[in-house]
Every structure is written in structure tokens, then in C-alpha cells.
Write a protein that binds this ligand. Sequence first.
Ligand code: HSE
Length: 338
Amino acid sequence: MRIIFAGFGTVGQALIKVLRQDEQRIVQAYGFRPQLTTIVDSQGSCFDEAGLNIPLVLKTKEKYGTVAKYPGSGRRNDDSTRIISDSDAEVVVETTPTNFKDGEPGLSNIKTALSTGKHVVTANKGPLALAMPALLELARHRNRRLCFSGTVGGGTPFLDFAAKCMPGERIARIKGILNGTTNYILTRMENSSLTFQKALAEAQKKGYAEKDPTNDVEGFDTAAKIVIIANWILAKSFSLRDVDITGISKITPRKLRAAQALGVKVKLIGRIEESSASVRPEEIRADDPTCVPDTLNALTFSTEHAGDITLIGPGAGGERTASAIVRDLVSIRKEYAV
Ligand code: HSE
């Protein structure tokens, strides 16, 4: 399987480390050897048909902040859509930063990849939050996979769990914590009396936050995940405009302590009801299974017959998201033997 990386930040770099570390296990278990032939980052690209030298790629990125300085094939200012369209790789892994205004550059990368016959694995929420139905339609039309496990829950398989493990069951409502950064901030503000800014700086340092952390703290990241879940699991046609969004930037340590004294916690909760969706700080009981600390995510599916089912797991971080991308690559390999 020949792979192009479009985007090479925290997630992309974690992914090649995971692929390298698990190479033997992946070859033995699934019979395929992912081969990274091209990387495009925000400043340039590098290429090797026989497979890029991973340690050298990582060293180059660390030293210069771009793969454009990769010895031999590194180039500055390349156009990612041209590279994707000219390549004969089978899969594009799209991890450019999420942009909720117009979805770019991820949206064009994904459209170009599918239109030129490549499968796509993405961890980028922007294109899906803005144009999920159209992108799924394009993938179906071209008979290619568009996989996005890493967009929701980091490595925790919320999407696959609901889509694959509950056939025949009706999911009436979904609620949960879907943003590791804000959950980390609220936990640190509550337990260690940190200011909002200090807790946010910690979350950024640990690589949980989006490139623009406004998307985390103002609730857009959670809202995008709610849109993806609503479309994929509940067959709704929601976009970001349909979600009523309030973030956590006005929450004070005092409010959190007052809630604590009453046995409740303030969490940024995403909800999907029959015909509405929201993201807002809510007080939830400390013993509610959805009430998880730190960067954990938790999603409760309220089903018609099986009752409430809650899935909990780490929801942010490069390695966690890389794990979801590996799952998607394996799933493409199983279906298409590329
Ligand atoms: N910024 C996101 C979060 C990353 O904190 O949950 C995972 O989507």
C-alpha cells in the first residue's frame, strides 16, 4: 500500500512512528506493508517511490520544521492537490489542520484524492463538518473508501462501535464529552485551581489542542464531532450551522468549585436529540458514567432496547489518533487488498 501524507504535524509524525514500530506485527497480521512515498507539509514536500527513509524524514522535520529540506527530493512550496492528483499511490492520509471556515486545504486534498481514485483516511474534522454528505457521495461514486475514525474520540472507536456493533438497535439520543482539551482544562481548573489560560497552555504543550485552540474552547471542535456522529451514526444531515454552540471560556474556577460542593461537575457536553444538536457547558452528576476526567472522552448512546451504553477512552493526542488511522488503513487493506 503506497501512501501519501497530506499534512505532517503531531498526528502525521506520530503515525509514522507507530507504523514503523508496529511494522512486523502489521505485516504478519494483515499481510501488508504500508509504504510512505510522499509527504506534503505546509512548506513543501518530499518523495521516494521506493519508500521514504523514516528516520531521515523525522530528523529533517525536527531540524528544519519542514520536509522540504529532505535530502535529494525535498522541494519548497509544492501544491498538495497537484501532487495527490499526479501520484499513483493508493491512499492519502489527510491530517492538515482543521479549518471550520472553508475546510481548506483538507477539503481540496480529499476531493482530489477521491476524484483521482485514491482511498482517503483523514483525521481532519473541517471538511467533514462542512461537507460530509457530498464527500461520502463522491467516495461512493468513485468506489473508494473515505475513512475518518480519528476525527472523533482519538483512538477510541466511538464511530465504529455504534456503526458496527449495534445493528438493528435504534439509537434515540447521544450525549458526551468529545474534546480532550476542554476536559483537561476543566479538570485542571477544578482540581488544581489553575487559571483557564494556564490550563490551556498545558493542554497545548501536551499536543491535545487544535492549532487554533479557539476551536476547542469555544466548542467548535466538539460541534464538528457531533456533526460527524449525527451524519454517520444517526443518518442526519446536520452541518455546523445546525449545532447550538457555547464554549467554556467564561467558566471560572469559582463556578467549578461551587458545582463540586453540590456533587456535580461542569463539563462541555455535546448532545444529539431527535431533531436538534447542541454543545454547551452542563452540570452533570459526578456519578454519571459520562462524567470522566482529564483528556478522557465519553459517549453515551441511549438505545431503545439495550438502555444507555457508555464508551470511554482517551480522546486526544497524536499517538491515539494515529492508532485510529492505522485501524482505517487495515480496514482498507482488508476490503481492497491494496
Ligand atoms: N483538540 C482535540 C481535542 C483533538 O482536544 O479533543 C482531538 O480531536
